[in-house]
Structures are given as C-alpha cells and as structure tokens.
Design a binder for this molecule. Structure first.
Ligand code: DMJ
Length: 448
C-alpha cells in the first residue's frame, strides 16, 4: 500500500531512522517548492504540456492545439503522495475531461509511454478513478502499431490517429523501457497483447547482444542490425538495464531476471572502471570491449539506485560517491563530464532526477544518513540555481549561471518526488509492493 502523509505518520514511532523535526521540515520545503512550480504551471500553462518558466508561457510538444497534458499527467501521483488533495482532484478532473489521444500527431512511443501511460496507471491505482485507466487503455491501443516491425522492436514514432509509424532507427532504451507500463496495462485490462508485444521487443533486443553480452547505442528495427556499436549506461541505453531488473521485480518474470543478471555482469566487467576520481562506468565497443570514451552523463546517475535495488550495495555506494563528486565539483551536476580528467563535456543541467533517485534508494536500503545529507545539498543547489518567480528553469550553462526557458514535466514527476520521498516518513511508498517506472510512477505489484 501507498500511505498518504497523514497515514504514514503511523509508521514513524516504529522507525528510529526517521528524525521527525529535521526530515519533516525538509519534506515540507520540497512540498512547498512543488506547489510553487505547479502554481506557475496553472497560471501560465494550464491545459498545455509544459510551463516556460522564464517567458511565463507554455509549450506543447507536438504543436499548438495538440496538448497531451504532459505536466498534469506526470505530476498527478506526486500530488497524491504529498497529500495535496484539492490540487490532485482538480488535476484529475482536467485530465479526465479534456485529455484526448484522438489526434493526428506522430508521438515518441518511449516518452509517451513512460510519462503518460505510467502517470495514468499510477494515478488510477492511487485514486481508483477508472477514467484514468480508460485513457491508459485507449493510449495503449493507439501505441501498439509501433511494434509492427519485422523484428517486433518498436519504431520510434507512431501516429496516434492513423497508427502509421516512422523512424526505424532507435536505441535499447526506447525498445526496452516499455514493459512495466504495457505489462501493468495488461494486468489491469486483461488484454494480453500489451505484455506480449513489449516483452518480445526486450527479448529481441537482448538476443542481439554481442558475444561479450553488451548492447550497442543504435539499432534498426527493420533489419535488426546495429548502426552504432558503442556500449554504455548513458542515455539511449540507461533504462534498458533498469527495466530488465524491474520487470522481474514487478511481474516475477524469470526471463527478465536472467537477462538482467547476464547484462549487469557484462556491464560490470567491460564498462566499469576504477580511476583516481572514483568508480565509474564508461563507454566500450560492444564487440571488442575496447574503451571508447570516459564520458559519464547525469542520466547515468540512475545506476546506483538500480544496483541498490538489485542488492549490489557495494557498487551502488561507490558509484554514488563518484556522482556526488560530479555534483559538488561543479556546483550542480553537468549533463556530461569526462571522469578521467573531471572536466565538463556538456555544461547544462536539465533539472534531472537520477542522482536524487539513487540517493533515495541508497538511503532506503542502508539507512545511512549521508544520503539524506546529499539530498539536502541537491535541494539547496537546485533552489539557488534554478528557481524562478513562477517555477524552476533548466540551466543552459552551469559555469555561466545561465537559465534556460524550460521546465520538463519530469521535474514534478521525478525530481521533486524523489526529494520528497527521501525525507518523508518511511513507508510513504512501500517498495515491497511497488516498483517505480523510469519516470518515478509507482506501479503496484498486485495490480488493483
Ligand atoms: C525521464 O524522463 C526519465 O527518467 C527517463 O528514463 C530519462 N530521462 C528523464 C529524466 O532525466
């Protein structure tokens, strides 16, 4: 079960690790910042996909008049977990009465699945509002044609109205990060095709691993041939690993367990390395294992969390120590660094959640207060660098302290949710009965 803040108080006396005063105050501050960003969205972007926090305007991903309510759907379960009852009710009404997928637009299957299908499913499981499940089912049916490739791996884009597909060139993350959502939809609707299509896509991807057990960066879903053989845990591959493990945890799928165990063994063997700056995962050729680059992205900071969830606390702790250094060396975590020289490769910060997500898991599994200390640093720096009068803005350059006119929906779905959960009473989300999708939407093991 997921407990709302008031219900979760009941677990406090049984948990010595929860410092009521300091942690409650920090959780409350995160909640206040969520309300600040949501209020900006409501005032300047209501009914649209995302708030533009500098120009006080809005952006729709697929053009004006084609909103898919990215922020309202992504943010809904965070409101529920934070106990923002009236905000959640109003948001739910907006979604249930205005969201329509009957639109002639080509959408990115991966993004729409993790943000919208994930948000609708967790919103349904938390609220019991069946209208959200109906929307998720309608969305699922419209996305299914994406899997109609010769290999069964999905095209990158699918038209929500016509079912036409495009862009056969894709990557392991976009192929392998669908099973939690489509699988949950199967359980909730009884329609087996959702699980089967998403599972086949993962199996086909895994079957194309190299002799070393690694996958590349880009693949063609029509020919099944790799078009880029660089292997890593950065963007484009990252959540492929995450979902192998989580599909096993959520569905008890033993195939996924085997694929996870074999894949992480290869990643640890060929991608990880110990350097003077710490323990990292770099890029290697999937066929030879030769090191291709020592770049590490902020997106790869999810990996300590996944390792911790798998039980590998040793590597999880070591990698989190390194990524924390990545954050503190530059004031905020740059999009990409070279970990051997500890220099910036891409100096932006996109309000990303991954390093916070990992702190949350590590704190949960170890009880070590250092991870909450990290969380306080993240919160302090994000407020100092990214807060605007009406919301939060990405950084176009960390060294230049320049903000960019963007507040991605995952800032409300993930970044603030994991920060809140790091300080919220234990059991606010029960990790024994829930698995978070890659967008931080908690999915119940039991279905509903
Ligand atoms: C989110 O949409 C998801 O976490 C995804 O897996 C990766 N990118 C963003 C956050 O950085």
């Amino acid at each position: 079960m997921i407990a709302t803040p008031s219900r979760a108080q009941g677990t406090r006396s049984r948990e010595t690790r929860f410092n009521a005063t300091a942690d409650t105050a920090t959780a409350a501050r995160v909640r206040t910042e969520f309300v600040h960003a949501w209020s900006g969205y409501k005032r300047y972007a209501w009914g649209h996909d995302e708030l533009l926090p500098l120009s006080r305007s809005y952006r729709d991903w697929y053009g004006d008049g084609h909103s898919l309510l990215m922020t309202p759907v992504d943010a809904l379960d965070t409101m529920i977990l934070m106990g923002l009852v009236s905000e959640a009710r109003e948001d739910r009404e907006l979604i249930a009465t205005t969201l329509s997928f009957d639109q002639d637009i080509y959408v990115k299957n991966f993004e729409i699945t993790i943000r919208l299908m994930g948000g609708l499913l967790s919103g349904y499981q938390l609220s019991g509002d069946k209208r959200l499940l109906v929307l998720a089912d309608d969305l699922g049916a419209r996305l299914l044609p994406a899997f109609n490739s010769p290999t069964g791996m999905p095209y990158m884009f699918v038209n929500l109205k016509t079912g036409k597909v495009r862009t056969p060139r894709t990557n392991p993350a976009e192929v392998g990060t669908l099973l939690l959502e489509f699988g949950t939809l199967s359980k909730l609707t009884g329609k087996r095709a959702y699980y089967d299509k998403a599972k086949r896509a993962v199996v086909e991807m895994y079957a194309r691993r190299s002799k070393l057990g690694l996958v590349g960066s880009w693949i063609n879903v029509e020919t099944g041939a790799w078009t880029d053989s660089s292997s890593h845990i950065n963007s484009g591959i990252d959540s492929y690993y995450e979902y192998l493990l989580k599909a096993w945890l959520l569905f008890g799928d033993e195939d996924c367990k085997r694929m996870w165990e074999a894949s992480v063994r290869s990643a640890n063997r060929y991608l990880s390395e110990e350097t003077r700056s710490g323990f990292w995962y770099g890029e290697a050729n999937m066929n030879s294992g030769a090191r291709m680059s020592t770049h590490f992205e902020s997106l790869a900071a999810f990996f300590p969390g996944t390792l911790a969830l798998s039980g590998d606390l040793v590597r999880a702790r070591r990698l989190q120590t390194s990524t924390y250094k990545m954050w503190t060396t530059f004031g905020v975590e740059p999009e990409t660094i070279d970990y051997r020289s500890m220099t910036i490769v891409d100096d932006g910060y996109e309000l990303r959640p991954e390093i916070i997500e990992s702190a949350y898991y590590l704190h949960h599994f170890t009880g070590d207060e250092r991870y909450r200390e990290m969380g306080r640093t993240f919160l302090r720096d994000i407020i100092a660098c990214c807060r605007t009068d009406v919301g939060y803005a990405s950084l176009s350059s960390i060294p230049k302290h320049s903000q960019r006119d963007a507040m991605e929906s995952y800032f409300l779905a993930e970044t603030l949710k994991y920060l809140y959960l790091l300080f919220a009473p234990p059991g606010t989300v029960d990790l024994r009965s829930h698995v978070f999708n890659t967008e931080a939407h908690p999915l119940a093991r039991s279905g509903r």
